[in-house]
Design a protein around this ligand. Structure first.
Ligand code: PGA
Length: 309
């Protein structure tokens, strides 16, 4: 049999070096990578130096305080994503061959889904103690970028994207309501959309799915809300609304743990609640890991979903 010919990279670079490189590249920092990988900074520098020697080209350039990938670095990072994704899948298949549900589930969810996802994950992990879950929480715009880059196994969001080919399954309803401070004079009254729009609004940040839905409704009706503030988290919005600064559109899941003496209330507004769904999504054609398929199955069995295929 002829001896296979391997280049310097394949002969001298190790998987560990690639892992260190990927971590530094994604965190744009040697120091943060050292903390995440529980290594010292000189060890990180040494691993990267060996990898640079094997590639025989610089992988990073330092401009001011920021670390940038060179062209070769970008190529190598894309290769790392492929290699680790393939190895991850292999680990899953091996676990499957051993007849066990074990391995990792990489789940990315939109900000508001933090009120839903951890409970589901907890129950799933109780069923399959061998599974560990990496949960990424980000807003809709960033989540769609991760989805386009195929960074995770599964995604949870409030509306499947229209410009990326995906498989999407609704698994739970997600009612959006109008929240105000408990002492607001409109609490308890039936409120028209037109009347509501006289109130100052506290909106989520651009890129949020909740915000997009609210804006779509207002645009359809030809209304323009008076925006008093934009905030990047549901918790910050609750605090702001509680102090009487305005009203907000929010998922009722974000209010589910509020007690009786909560400082916020839900208004009875025409057209609300806007009932949306939570969707489990993945890129069309993606080879799902055993654990990811298991999680989908689990959601399907657990939820009352009339239109689940
Ligand atoms: P958001 O997403 O947390 O980015 O607002 C919620 C949704 O898509 O419904």
């Amino acid at each position: 049999m002829p001896t296979p010919q391997f280049g310097a990279l394949t002969r001298y670079a190790t998987l560990r070096q690639l892992q260190v490189f990927q971590t530094v590249a994604e965190l744009e920092s040697y120091t943060k990578a050292a903390a995440v990988l529980h290594l010292t900074q000189p060890t990180i520098s040494m691993q990267i130096k060996r990898l640079v020697d094997a590639v025989d080209m610089p992988l990073f350039e330092q401009i001011g305080k920021r670390l940038y990938l060179t062209g070769a670095g970008k190529e190598l990072l894309a290769t790392c994503h492929d290699v680790f994704e393939r190895l991850g899948r292999l680990e899953m298949s091996l676990a499957d061959l051993r007849g066990m549900k074990q391995g990792q589930l990489r789940l990315a969810v939109v900000t508001t889904a933090v009120y839903v996802a951890p409970r589901l994950i907890g129950e799933f992990c109780n069923l399959y103690p061998g599974v560990d879950v990496a949960l990424e929480v980000t807003n809709r715009a960033w989540l769609l970028k991760r989805l386009a880059d195929n960074r995770d196994d599964l995604y949870i969001l409030g509306q499947p994207p229209s410009d990326i080919e995906v498989e999407a399954f609704p698994f739970m309803s997600n009612p959006l309501v109008i929240m105000t401070s408990r002492n607001h004079p409109l609490v308890g009254a039936r409120v028209s959309l037109q009347r509501l729009l006289e109130e100052p609004f506290i909106l989520r940040e651009p890129g949020s799915g909740t915000r997009k839905t609210a804006e779509r409704l207002f645009a359809e009706r030809g209304f323009k809300p008076k925006v008093r503030m934009e905030l990047g988290s549901n918790e910050a919005i609750k605090q702001t609304v509680a102090s009487g600064l305005g009203v907000a559109v929010i998922s009722s899941h974000a209010l589910s743990l509020q007690g009786r003496d909560s400082p916020v209330a839900v208004l009875d507004v025409e057209d609300f609640p806007l009932v949306r769904q939570w969707y489990l999504v993945y890129p069309r054609g993606k080879q799902l890991s055993v654990v990811a398929r298991g999680f989908m199955e689990y959601l399907r069995e657990r939820m009352e979903v009339p239109d689940y295929p």
